[in-house]
Each structure stands twice: as C-alpha cells, then as structure tokens.
Design a protein around this ligand. Structure first.
Ligand code: 6PG
Length: 464
C-alpha cells in the first residue's frame, strides 16, 4: 500500500512538518537530496508511519494518487529545480505544494505553468518557526480552491488551533498565500522593531536591567500586548551566559540578519502605492544595524544631545501605550497592503479570516488579532483599521503618552524610527490638509506638471 503524503526537503521546517503530519495519523514518505537527513529523521520517527526514500523516483512511486507532495526546499531556484525534476515522474491531477517562503510572483508563475500542464499547485505560507512546524503552525494556502480542498484535511489537522478552530484557511488564487505570508513577515519585522525600540528607550531613559526588563515584559504580556513576541522577549531577559554569568542579551552583537521577506513587503508596498512606513523602516533599521563599523566610527564624530532626561519606572506605562498605538498603525499598514493587493490581483482576500488564522501558530500571534478579526467581521469593506471604534479609541486615548515617548526619545537622541514613523503615519492619515498644494506648485514650476484647484474644476498650468 502507498503513503498518503510526501514531503521533500528535510531541513528543520520540512522535517518537523513531516513528523507533525505523521502524528496526525497520515502515512508519510520523505525525500531529501542528501540521504543523511533522511536517515536522521527515520531514527527520530521510529514507531510512526513514516518511510524514507532515496531517489525522487522511489519517492513518487511510494505515494498514492492523486499524489500530495509538499516541497519544503529553500525559496528560489531550488523550488524550480525540484519541480523540474518531479515533472517527468508525476501524473496529471497530482498536487504539488510549496510550503517555503517563496516570492509571490514566482508562485503566480509556477501556478500558471503547472496548471496549464494539468497539475495542481498550492503556494502555501507556513509560519511558526521550528516549534510551529512541529506542533501546529499557521497555514496560508494559495492556489486553485479545488486543489486546496484535496489537501485541506491534512493542513487543518496539522495547523495550530484557537478556540478549537484551525489556523488554516484558503487564502485565494495563485500567489495569494505567499503574499499574505510575506505581509505577515513584514508585520513581524515591525512588531520586533517596535519591541526593540521600547527596550532601547527604557534602557537609556529609565536604565532598566535585564531582570527588570523580564518583569516589565512579563507584565505587558498579561494585558493588551499579550503575544508570542512579547512572551519570548520576557523570556530572553532571563538567560545568562554560562561562561561569563552575564545576561546573554547583553553579549549579542547588534547586527540584524534578514532573509528578504520584509524587504519584499516594502518593495511591493511601493509598487502598489500603499504606505507601509513602519514596516519599511523596520527593514531600513536592520540595514543600518549591519553598518556596524560605520556606526562605530560615526559615534566618535557625530554629536548627539548632551544631557539625558532620566525618567522613573512609571514611564514604562507610557512606553507600553506608545508601543500599542504604534503596533496598531503597523497592522493598519499591513492590512491596507493586503486590501490593495486583493483588488489589484483579484484575490478576494478575506481580511477577517486572515486575522483569525494569525491568532495561533504564527510568529505574530497575539490576543489583539481578535479585535482585527471582529473589525473586519463587522465591516469587511473597512478601509483602514484605524477607523474602527476599538482602534480609534485606543489610539485617541494613548496618543499623548505616545507623543511624549517619541519626544523623549528625540530629545535624548535615541533612534526610534518605527515609533516615530507610526506616529507620523497616524498624523498624516488623520490630516485633512497636507502641504502638497505647495508640492504641486513646485512640480508645475519646474516641469509644467500641472495642478488642480480647490475652487474650480480642470487642470491648470501657470507661468511662474
Ligand atoms: C515565520 C517566520 C519565518 C522567517 C523568520 C526569519 O513566520 O515562521 O516569519 O518564516 O523565516 O522569522 O525571517 P528573517 O530572517 O527575515 O528575520
């Protein structure tokens, strides 16, 4: 008898997903280019219905038809190469699922190519890191709905659950799943940057120590900010380096890595004409962080303000409020980007359902997504999250502390671009008047680009 599901690519995500699928009662075949990973997994999977195969032919042969093949290979060329090698072996009607962090335009292309040939293709975003893949990730499948229905039982079974409901839902055609995963990561970048800025402000202005940070974040995690990222942040501050006894966080080099999904979110928001300043600035800050040598040199040359205005521990509440208000703005931006993409690509994204599956399994999982979910449930045409009562009220209530925190950071010379850009986004968005009358005049002055008037219809040009 043949196996029900196949997994190709046994790096951490693939391996853990294969184990997760097997744990849910499915029979699984696995294949990896180097046999060593396969053997390691087989040892770990003893007693489970999971078999190893050592060639693609053997792998494909071992699966029942229509075959359900999940590729967990590195995004980019490896996905195309794997598809190319599989094509001569599989049959029409088989389903290929790409569960990596693929670029959504690649997914659109691959869907078209494979669907034209009679195969099914699902581009599926999977979030939750190592632990999520093993115990229940959030899953964002894109492709033909018919193909999704064939894999739905497996995907919903292995996904995280919130209130007994799976954190997996059909997202939309072709690249929709990978697009939504990309925006998830963009939001993840902004969430992380905002938490890091809150940390920096409290470190510099209040002088909190790691054990105090642990307490503060632990407290925050009990309230509105309750989320996976706040939770792990609290935990990070407890870890001591076994050799030096110092807190590990203080020994880590301040240079951020990245694999590209945040950058794509910024690029696409420019392409689609949707402002996502808080997300994009989080990407810029990672770039700036990696210019370590330049920063060290500049720190010796460029002056900042002389005196730091110290604050007491009470100031943590203002920082918490600033963080929550900023977070709301960054989600407004990310969901705004999905809304526009849905229009432009004809995806018919259900933003409420997306918020719903983000509540569990994924890196940005948070209590607060319940509010986003109900905002879109109430009004699926909502143009901006900020306009919904709950968010409007919070931001309105917290704005004075938010402004105060940004002011403090600015006068102390502490870089907090995500806090500031979120606030600037809020202020721009709620401005009836922006100075673009002058900008239009400038454009017309030097380039005869014309302008419109507020008092008369038509297009005008002036000889300035
Ligand atoms: C997830 C994560 C994951 C991502 C890492 C690293 O949802 O599980 O988003 O997909 O690869 O978080 O991202 P960077 O290396 O770009 O920080």
């Amino acid at each position: 008898i043949k196996q029900q599901v196949g997994v190709i690519g046994l790096a951490v995500m693939g391996k853990n997903l294969a184990l997760n699928i097997a744990d849910h009662g499915y029979s699984v075949s696995v294949y990896n280019r180097s046999a060593q990973k396969t053997d390691e997994l087989l040892k770990e999977a003893q007693g489970k219905n999971l078999i190893g195969t050592y060639s693609l032919e053997e792998f494909v042969e071992s699966l029942e038809t229509p075959r359900k093949i999940i590729m967990m290979v590195k995004a980019g060329d490896a996905v195309d190469a794997t598809i190319k090698n599989l094509l001569p072996l599989i049959s029409k009607g088989d389903i290929l699922m790409d569960g990596g962090n693929s670029y959504y335009k690649d997914t659109i292309r691959r869907s078209r190519e494979l669907e034209e040939k009679g195969y099914h293709f699902l581009g599926t975003g999977i979030s939750g890191g190592e632990e999520g893949a093993r115990r229940g990730p959030a899953i964002m499948p894109g492709g033909e709905e018919e193909a999704y229905r064939m894999l739905e039982p497996v995907l919903t079974d292995i996904s995280a659950k919130v209130d007994n409901e799976p954190c997996c839902t059909y997202i939309g055609k072709n690249g929709a799943g990978h697009f939504v995963k990309m925006v998830h990561n963009g939001i993840e970048y902004a969430d992380m940057q905002l938490i890091c800025e809150a940390y920096l402000i409290m470190k510099k202005v209040i002088g909190l120590t790691p054990p105090e940070f642990h307490e503060v974040f632990k407290e925050w995690n009990k309230g509105e900010l309750n989320s996976y990222l706040i939770d792990i942040t609290a935990d990070i501050f407890t870890k001591q380096d076994p050799n030096t006894g110092q807190y590990l966080v203080d020994l880590i080099l301040d240079v951020a890595g990245q694999k590209g999904t945040g950058k794509w979110t910024g690029q696409i928001s420019l392409d689609l004409g949707v402002p996502t300043p808080t997300i994009t600035t989080a990407v810029y800050e990672r770039y700036l962080s990696s210019m370590k040598e330049e920063r060290v040199n500049a720190s010796k040359v460029l002056k900042g303000p002389e005196n730091l205005d110290k604050k007491s521990k009470d100031f943590t509440e203002a920082v918490r409020r600033a963080l929550y208000a900023s977070k709301i703005c960054s989600y407004a931006q990310g969901f705004g980007l999905m809304r526009e993409a849905s229009e432009q690509f004809g995806w018919d994204l259900k933003l409420g359902d997306i918020a719903k599956i983000f509540r569990g399994g994924c890196i940005i999982r948070a209590q607060f997504l319940n509010h986003i979910m109900s905002a879109y449930d109430k009004n699926h045409k909502l143009v901006n999250l900020l306009l919904e009562d709950y968010f409007k009220d919070i931001v309105g209530q917290y704005q004075m502390e938010w402004r105060e925190v940004v002011k403090q950071a600015i006068s102390a010379g502490i870089p907090t671009p995500a806090f500031s850009s979120a606030l600037a986004y809020y202020d721009s968005y709620r401005s009836k008047e922006l100075p673009m009358n002058l900008l239009q005049a400038q454009r017309d002055y030097f380039g005869a680009h014309t302008y419109q008037r507020i008092d008369m219809d038509g297009i005008y040009h002036t000889k300035w």
